[in-house]
Write a protein that binds this ligand. Structure first.
Ligand code: DLL
Length: 430
């Protein structure tokens, strides 16, 4: 089923006409109601009336996380506080969080875009959805909550943490849809198994995961362990939260809610637009938000756009999996590496589980990378030659595929840290 066929399957002309009209009113709203934007637009010599085509968007200066910090907490809001009905926040570049606000219309739009993605993931009003994101300032839980509720699903707002209880509820309440980070889904599966629960026999059938990336290997593992279809969802607080984009069951790129968010990809160094299909930094402009309209926000996320119609029938622009962030990219002895690429290599090695840690440090003047990864089977610890073999294989693959020399340490099953929220896998000690 398609939740909003008129939009999700619209022609390019129709979508672009909606985008242009909304871009004009968003710029006008920013110019008239947010002093920060007025100053920036004036300095760039841009007036709200200047937007003849969508390509004119490149006249607008970028917005960055630091602009939110400089206007902490509410100075980028375009409406009086009496019209702001919700606040969320995410981590800032330094101490203070990045604060975002929503009017009632913003919340209604948010529920609409999430309902589209829930529907695209195969959810219906029959589903019983367990929301295992924390109900906190983080947008994950509330975003999925209201979108799934709009769809008519039954919501279990269990929030994050207390894994034993999550599993009991999953069994007793008949959860059919799980909302969490992908790493927590794997952890849930692992704990359930330890409790002697056959996770494949649970009524669970859909996972809507997001907030962090995962490789295809990790998705396959989650789908296998829990016997579900797992879709990936992307978003960021500054734009709305989850609902920005997400996969349908075809799982070939994340559909963007283009009537509300205009996405550009720019070269991460020159910041000039790149053609469709080429990777670069995703820049997003909100097209309908009232409380916190946002112009050309630099997400720092690296991806590319897929304009072709999807096999599911939706015509909406899709984005590829996030390849990494411009700011989490590790440079090790001059080689650029994304942690997700290391994960990809690890998960292709037999006998290795999906839990790992990457430590980057200095060895004299040289960068040194250590990878700690868990074995699946503790009995391997008894065979020195088997361990040596696996270590050698990982080292070899990291070198030949990613061109990095790493020290590899194999750890006992279940010995590395688990995360209830987003996994923190990289420690950069340099
Ligand atoms: O993580 C919103 C969200 C919650 C999306 C739940 C989906 C599900 P923030 O806390 O503001 O918002 O973090 C935003 O997280 O710029 C990406 O770097 C990263 N991120 C979010 N989803 C994905 C994903 C939420 N599917 C930042 N793949 C973004 C990779 C992701 N990175």
């Amino acid at each position: 089923m398609i939740w909003n066929e008129g939009i999700e399957c619209a022609s390019r002309e129709k979508i672009e006409a909606i985008q242009l009209e909304r871009l004009r009113s968003t710029v006008e709203n920013c110019y008239n109601n947010v002093p920060h934007y007025k100053k920036k637009l004036d300095a760039a010599g841009v007036k709200p009336g200047d937007f003849k085509t969508l390509a004119d968007i490149t006249k607008i200066p970028f917005t960055e996380k630091d602009d939110l910090r400089a206007n902490y907490p509410y100075k980028l809001f375009a409406v009086p506080m009496k019209d702001v009905v919700r606040i969320h926040a995410s981590s800032g570049t330094t101490g203070k969080p990045t604060v975002v606000g929503y009017t009632q219309n913003d919340l209604d739009m948010w529920a609409e875009v999430v309902a589209r993605l829930a529907c695209a993931a195969g959810a219906t009003s029959e589903d019983i959805a367990q929301i295992s994101f924390g109900y906190t300032l983080f947008t994950g839980a509330f975003g999925l909550h209201y979108g799934l509720e709009k769809l008519g699903a039954t919501i279990i707002p269990i929030s994050g943490g207390n894994t034993d209880r999550q599993i009991n509820v999953m069994e007793d309440f008949g959860t059919t849809l799980l909302v969490s980070t992908p790493s927590y889904a794997l952890y849930l599966a692992e704990v359930a198994k330890k409790k002697g629960i056959d996770t494949k026999k649970l009524p669970l059938k859909i996972g809507m995961f997001g907030g962090e990336g995962h490789t295809e290997q990790m998705r396959a593992q989650i789908e296998k362990e829990l016997d579900i279809i797992a879709t990936e969802n992307y978003g960021l607080s500054e734009i709305i939260g989850p609902g920005t984009s997400g996969e349908c069951t075809v799982k070939d790129g994340m559909h963007i809610a283009e009537d509300h968010f205009y996405c550009e990809i720019v070269d991460k160094d020159t910041l000039e637009p790149v053609p469709y299909g080429e990777p670069g930094e995703m820049v997003i402009t909100s097209l309908s938000k009232e409380a916190l309209p946002i112009l050309r926000y630099r997400t720092k996320d690296i991806t590319w756009l897929i304009p072709e119609k999807c096999k599911c029938g939706r015509t909406s622009m899709r984005m590829a999996k996030i390849q990494g962030r411009t700011d989490d990219m590790l440079i090790i002895r001059g080689v650029n590496v994304f942690p997700s690429q290391i994960e990809g290599v690890l998960l292709d090695v037999e006998g290795i589980g999906p839990h790992y840690e990457i430590i980057v440090k200095k060895d004299g003047v040289m960068d040194k990378i250590e990878v700690m990864v868990e074995l699946v089977d503790a009995s391997l610890l008894e065979s020195f030659s088997a361990l040596e073999e696996i270590e050698k294989k990982i080292k070899h693959d990291l070198f030949t595929i990613l061109n990095i020399s790493a020290d590899v340490h194999l750890a006992e099953p279940e010995s590395l840290k688990r995360f209830e929220g987003k996994a923190q896998r990289v420690t950069d000690l340099r």
